[in-house]
Design a protein around this ligand. Structure first.
Ligand SMILES: C[S@@+](CC[C@H](N)C(=O)[O-])C[C@H]1O[C@@H](n2cnc3c(N)ncnc32)[C@H](O)[C@@H]1O
Length: 306
């Protein structure tokens, strides 16, 4: 099917399809947060929050580990999905619709996290700085902020393609991400997301193997993708294929802001309430901090409120 025939929709209006692609990283991230709490935080962390929490994979995980969690996002479908996931697991968290560049929480928190490039949705320096400042104001002194994203060193290819797949029950989702335009001047990269969903009959046929195991390459680095199990929402109606499976396709396009090591360093410097404590990669190994330089692509920053 030609790209233009595939409906242009908001990827985040389909939280279940989004989440099938991104799941198993969650445990590793949460384990890392807990190790970092012990290593870098002068007090016991109890209360945490997540700006741009999406479908709430980390909200649910941290709530299940006994933390008091607040999550917010611009997308109402994402928040509704998070609520359903919490209810299904008899967990509680505070959720609200909000913009991560302008928020104020009623109490100061011990830690916060914003990973998976959510921060790069903020396409101006002003918006990015405002997010960091709002986070700082919602953290108590010594509180930690984990920020996860891909950096774009100068020598990296401007155009790349990345594909991953995941499966949950009878739903098989293949997501393809293409960088379709990129400018070092504006520091914007335009991404096209194409999603192919195959919904197989519950009993009987199972999805064909695609040869993909949930791992993909981003700019030459491997990025773990996930697939897992939990209850699935009903998907919208799609086309029925000859073998009886229902096929849905969608695409979305949006911009991400690009950062080199120097650019992110300069952004952090502009928010003196936060100090950069350490940098890690997506191996989430607390004993292996990384150097922030242009060799690093998959990056997790640990910041601390001064
Ligand atoms: C890539 S998803 C990641 C969700 C979640 N952080 C995770 O790791 O699974 C990005 C999310 O950012 C949200 N978002 C984008 N801009 C936002 C903003 N200005 N304020 C709050 N949420 C925003 C989107 O609605 C979407 O749910």
């Amino acid at each position: 099917m030609a790209t233009k025939e595939v409906p242009l929709e908001n990827w985040y209006d389909h939280p279940e399809w989004f989440e099938i692609g991104f799941q198993d990283e969650t445990q590793k991230e949460a384990d890392f947060f807990e190790q970092a709490f012990k290593k870098y935080c002068p007090f016991k962390v109890k209360r945490v929050f997540e700006p741009a929490c999406g479908g709430g994979r980390l909200v649910v995980e941290m709530a299940s580990r006994g933390y008091r969690v607040t999550g917010f996002d611009l997308s109402q479908p994402m928040l509704d999905y998070t609520r359903r996931q919490l209810r299904a697991r008899h967990l509680k968290a505070t959720l609200f619709q909000g913009d991560m560049t302008q928020f104020k929480l009623p109490t100061q928190h011990d830690a916060a996290f914003c990973t998976f490039n959510s921060f790069r949705h903020l396409t101006t320096e002003k918006a990015a700085r405002s997010q960091l400042q709002c986070v700082a104001e919602s953290l108590r002194e010594g509180g930690l902020y984990f920020l996860g994203m891909h950096l774009a060193p100068h020598d990296i290819a401007d155009f790349c393609i990345e594909r991953w797949s995941g499966r949950r029950d009878n739903i098989h989702v293949t997501t393809t991400l293409r960088v379709i335009a990129s400018s070092r001047q504006t520091r914007l990269e335009r991404l096209r997301i194409s999603v192919l969903v195959k919904e197989f009959e519950q009993n009987g046929k199972s999805p064909q193997k695609t040869g993909m195991n949930g791992c993909s390459k981003v700019n030459g680095k491997s990025l773990q993708r996930h697939h897992g199990k939990s209850s699935i929402d009903r998907s919208p109606k799609g086309k029925v294929a000859a073998n009886g499976c229902v096929i849905h396709r969608m695409r979305d396009e949006f911009d991400y802001r690009m950062y080199t090591a120097a650019q992110i360093r300069s952004l952090f410097k502009s928010v003196p309430d936060l100090e950069l404590v350490e940098v890690f990669d997506f191996n989430y190994d607390i004993d292996e901090p990384q150097k922030l330089n242009d060799d690093l692509v998959d990056t997790l920053f640990v910041l601390r409120k001064r």
